[in-house]
Design a protein around this ligand. Structure first.
Ligand code: NI
Ligand code: MN
Length: 225
């Protein structure tokens, strides 16, 4: 089964698996650096937490495509109030789909809606898409739950924030990559604005020393999973 992962920009990704289109943290219209073909099918939307650079266009895209927004309970309720189709879950919960499943796991961060309303706990999400495990870490610092991920869930590929300021930095992301144990790591949440500017080659080189492949994608670039 052919599955592709496309980087949209910031922490936004699009995964295409047969007729399914999975959108994660769709910060698109308000991100000048984002690139996304709006004609692609969208069947599921996932949001890790309520901050505007992750919630992004989730509500309007859900209203347009009828794709449900899967998020932590409080954030899903907020999306439903705004007219989205929503599926509220909580930590440890797994949602099952025809393409596989998605499990909500911890992230250490904060979470509020663009209006400043409490949006529940921030999350990371572990996807199993036709047997391939993709871990989206959300916004987070380095945390020990990542050791459990490596021990129990063994993701094939990890999407990790590296921009510092609001999340872990490159050095902590290298430790996270080791703990998670994924063979490939895609950096995210960097260079969107000045506060999170990094030299991504530094990350590439540091991961290489650990025999982990850094897959650096520009917006609109894809890899096959
Ligand atoms: Ni955030
Ligand atoms: Mn963020």
């Amino acid at each position: 089964m052919k599955t592709t992962l496309t980087y949209i920009g910031h922490s936004a990704f699009y995964i295409k698996s047969q007729d399914n289109g999975i959108l994660i943290d769709p910060f698109i219209s308000q991100n000048p650096k984002a690139k996304f073909d709006a004609n692609l099918p969208i069947t599921n939307i996932f949001v890790t937490h309520g901050h505007a650079d992750h919630l992004g266009d989730a509500v309007s895209l859900s209203r347009k495509t009828k794709a449900p927004v899967a998020a932590i309970f409080e954030l899903a309720n907020y999306c439903a109030q705004k007219g989205a189709f929503a599926d509220g879950v909580n930590m440890g919960g797994t949602l099952k789909f025809e393409w596989g499943c998605a499990k909500f796991l911890p992230a250490f961060h904060s979470s509020s809606t663009p209006e400043g309303i409490y949006a529940g706990m921030p999350a990371s999400i572990l996807f199993d898409i036709g047997g391939i495990k993709v871990y989206h870490a959300g916004d987070t610092c380095l945390h020990q739950e990542m050791k459990i991920l490596g021990e129990i869930y063994k993701p094939d590929i990890a999407l990790l924030p590296v921009g510092s300021h609001f999340t872990m930095d490159i050095d902590d992301a290298v430790v996270a990559a080791k703990w998670i144990g994924a063979k490939k790591v895609v950096p995210m949440h960097y260079n969107t604005f000045d506060a999170i500017a990094v030299d991504i080659n530094d990350f590439k080189q540091k991961l290489q020393k650990e025999n982990i492949e850094a897959v650096v994608l520009n917006p609109s670039e894809s890899i096959e999973l």
